[in-house]
Design a protein around this ligand. Structure first.
Ligand code: PLP
Length: 405
């Protein structure tokens, strides 16, 4: 594998830090990844060299900022293989992208008595917006369950889909179980009944190749801050045929064509869904993060992270009383677990004092916790910069902590 880990780590200044006089080990990239110098420098360059508000200024700075901003839209189009930049809408994050579709799609296409299918392994961001929209419309959420290994029971999908089904929303990769869901197959089943599918790609976009045309996804959403980019930037990919039919999500500048007190006409795609000044700095700097992923090569990244996953899983399985949640063969670099008799919060606190940053609690996935009848768990998650040496250090720290209980 052509993977220069030392070079990659050198891009992330924060990884050289110590916490509590211990080398810093960052195993929380699924929550938010660290930022490389390329992204930090791009933010600084923009503000030092050519900042201006986009699309509206008749001056050099505004023009240059607009070109760069639209250049990143183009880059994202290529990154996910969309057919047109009209299908790429900038939002604040995955959460806002899902809220946009839930609100706007349901406004236009969902009526009383209709149903939206949502999987049982979703992040709260892919459940609550549908509940809110369903409540407004008198519609109903239907659960697509997963089994104890953390695999979606997609054979149930055919019986769950009916003429009341208006949309299916499912994660590409689960933020708790790490399962890489067979979204192409799900979309294929859904399309047989003319049901569109939203794919929550928050945990997939930094790790696996995405091709929205090959998947035939109707909507695909993700966040820049989990992809080594800035926080406050999200992407909504939507097929033009849907976005054209959907009403605007928010009103304001940029999303209009003409405004009068008699009425307003709306801008073309994608601007119809981009009211107000967007996160200009964040979007432009996100371009540098995408360049880094492209230079590293997604297939190299996937292979590297998979080797970390296999290595860490084998080591964790040596620990008596440790249960891993999520044992799909198609899995991304996320491992959630509990150790018998130890509260996940206590474990996380003690590991933090040993320099290991990880996540504990319900992981914004109460329905997954309910499935296993647990209040919470520990999650480690890997990024492009993690190493087997860090897994060894974490494993030793974990064993030390375990002895304390
Ligand atoms: N969906 C999944 C699968 C996630 O893991 C997350 C965040 O962890 C979200 C949605 C929400 O992302 P954001 O907070 O960037 O909007």
């Amino acid at each position: 594998m052509n993977y220069d880990i030392d070079k990659i780590r050198s891009y992330f200044p924060v990884l050289k830090k110590e916490v509590y006089n211990k080398p810093f080990i960052y195993f929380d990239s699924a929550a938010s990844s660290q930022k490389p110098v390329q992204v930090l420098m791009k933010e600084e360059e923009l503000h030092n060299e050519y900042y201006g508000n986009i699309h509206r200024g008749a001056h050099y700075m505004a023009d240059k900022a607009t070109n760069d901003f639209e250049g990143v839209r183009e880059k994202i189009k290529t990154f996910i293989n969309a057919t047109s930049t009209k299908e790429i809408v900038f939002t604040k994050g995955t959460t806002e992208s899902i809220n946009l579709v839930a609100s706007s799609f349901c406004e236009r296409f969902v009526a009383e008595g209709d149903e939206i299918i949502v999987s049982e392994m979703e992040h709260h961001a892919n459940i609550v917006p549908w509940q809110l929209a369903a409540e407004r419309k008198g519609a109903r959420i239907v659960k697509l369950p997963f089994n104890d290994s953390g695999i979606l029971e997609i054979e149930r999908l055919i019986e769950l889909i009916s003429d009341k089904t208006k949309l299916i929303s499912v994660a590409h990769v689960s933020n708790v179980l790490g399962t890489i869901n067979p979204v192409k197959e799900i979309i294929n089943i859904a399309h047989h009944s003319d049901v569109p599918v939203l794919v929550d790609g928050a945990q997939a976009a930094p790790h696996v190749k995405i091709d929205v045309q090959d998947l035939d996804a109707d909507f695909y959403v993700f966040s820049a801050h989990k992809m080594y980019g800035p926080n406050g930037v999200g992407i909504l990919f939507g097929k033009e045929k849907w976005l054209n039919e959907m009403p605007p999500y928010q009103g304001g500048g940029e999303m209009i064509s003409e405004v009068s007190f008699e009425g307003t006409t709306f801008n073309d795609l994608p601007y119809k869904f981009e009211a107000g000044t967007p996160h200009i700095t964040g979007v432009i700097a996100f371009g540098a993060a995408i360049d880094l992923i492209n230079e590293t090569g997604l297939e190299n990244l996937t292979a590297w992270e998979h080797s970390l996953l296999e290595y860490a899983t084998a080591k964790l399985k040596e620990i008596e009383g440790l249960r891993i949640y999520g044992e799909a063969t198609q899995k991304s670099g996320v491992i959630s677990f509990n150790i018998e008799g130890v509260h996940s919060y206590d474990l996380a606190m003690l590991l933090d004092k040993m320099g290991v940053a990880l996540r504990s609690g319900h992981l914004c996935a109460d329905t997954v916790m309910a499935h296993y009848n647990i209040p919470g768990c520990i999650r480690i998650s890997f990024g492009m910069y993690n190493t087997k040496a860090e897994i060894d250090a974490f494993w030793e720290a974990l064993n030390k902590v375990r002895m304390m209980f």
